[in-house]
Design a binder for this molecule. Structure first.
Ligand code: AVI
Length: 329
């Protein structure tokens, strides 16, 4: 259940550390071994992910930026409401979202921006940044998990919502988790709400493989960072040089599958797990899957989960899609 919930920032409470330790212990005891990808994103992991987004090999960022620039007016036109909320799940630094916010403001639309993120510090940074760049924009941050946030919105706001889930974050869910996510999204939203979801599309394998095997090795460092995090937060004793990053495309599942592979036979003690874990030479730990979609899949997903397809927006190379769906109840 790797991508099951959202990214978990550095643990600051005992409960968070306990869950982290339990999930690490479960993942490293499983056959085959795995670590939940939500733990890739502590402060250093988020910084490395930002670096990934700027790499020439990592095409999704540029593609989605192009889509939002080209289709911001179409998205605004679909919001047929005088006042609405732009609700973003996992807003990050909001770079791409600013394209929409700027356009909506220039078009004189009345809206509140509601970024929802588990990380309070990320939200504070974003709020400060928006205060500087978008004077007068109403921003209401919600430091909670996605679904709590959406439930709160559905109950407490009478305005319609445009819900953003960008960047192909949905691709980090296993197919069963994606279905659960879309059902929960539908349950938590109101009739007539719009959702805009980023999907990375299937394409020539060289392009996909390069995106996860960049020349500078940033993606490798991003993955190895999860072991450093286990060392720092859980008292782990991983020798970081004892593992190497490997990522490849599985054409059956349609996902890039990423691993840390033990270069040697080794046993690693993790204090908060209260035990040691053994690794055979060349044994993999699965760290992340990044599913790629085809256009037919997108059109199937909307009605299956109670959404009506409004439009699919593609970049000029059809590498990426932002699907705009309306909630129907
Ligand atoms: C956040 N997520 C959509 C990225 C992806 O493409 O799966 C995370 C990532 N992992 C390696 N590179 C980027």
């Amino acid at each position: 259940m790797n991508g099951q919930s959202e990214k978990i920032d550095t643990c600051r409470t005992d409960a968070c550390l306990r869950l982290f330790a339990d999930e690490v212990a479960a993942g490293l005891s499983a056959i085959p071994k795995e670590l939940p990808c939500k733990y890739l994103y502590d402060g250093e992991g988020s910084r490395l992910f930002k670096e990934i987004m700027e790499l020439w090999e990592y095409y999704p960022t540029g593609c989605e930026t192009e889509i939002l620039e080209r289709h911001k007016a179409d998205i605004a036109a679909a919001v047929d409401s005088r006042a609405f909320n732009v609700v973003e799940l996992g807003a990050g630094d909001g770079t791409k979202t600013k394209i929409l916010l700027r356009h909506f403001l220039d078009a004189g639309l009345l809206f509140h921006y509601v970024p929802i993120d588990i990380s309070e510090s990320a939200l504070e940074g974003l709020k400060e940044d928006l205060r500087r760049e978008f004077n007068g924009l109403a921003v209401q941050t919600l430091a909670t998990d996605y679904f709590e946030g959406l439930r709160w919105l559905a109950q407490s706001m009478r305005r319609m919502n445009l819900i953003l889930f960008l960047g192909s974050n949905i691709g980090n869910f296993a197919p069963s988790e994606s279905r659960m996510f879309l059902s929960s999204l539908w349950n938590a939203s109101n009739d007539g709400d719009l959702v805009l979801i980023g999907f990375d599309l299937k394409k020539d394998l060289g392009t996909i493989l390069r995106a996860y095997n960049d020349q500078l090795g940033v993606t490798a460092r991003f993955n190895v960072n999860i072991l450093r995090r286990i060392n720092d937060e859980l008292g782990g004793e991983f020798d970081l040089a004892g593992f190497e990053y490997y990522s490849t495309y599985n054409p059956r599942s349609g996902a890039m599958e990423s691993f840390l592979i033990s270069r040697k036979r080794q046993t690693v003690y993790i204090d908060l797990c209260g035990r040691a874990f053994s690794f055979a030479k060349w044994e993999p730990i699965h760290t992340e899957s990044s599913y790629k979609f085809d256009k037919g899949q997108l059109s199937g997903l909307a009605p299956e989960h109670g959404f009506e397809e409004v439009a699919n927006f593609y970049d000029s190379r059809s590498y990426f899609a932002d699907a705009l769906w309306r909630v129907r109840k």
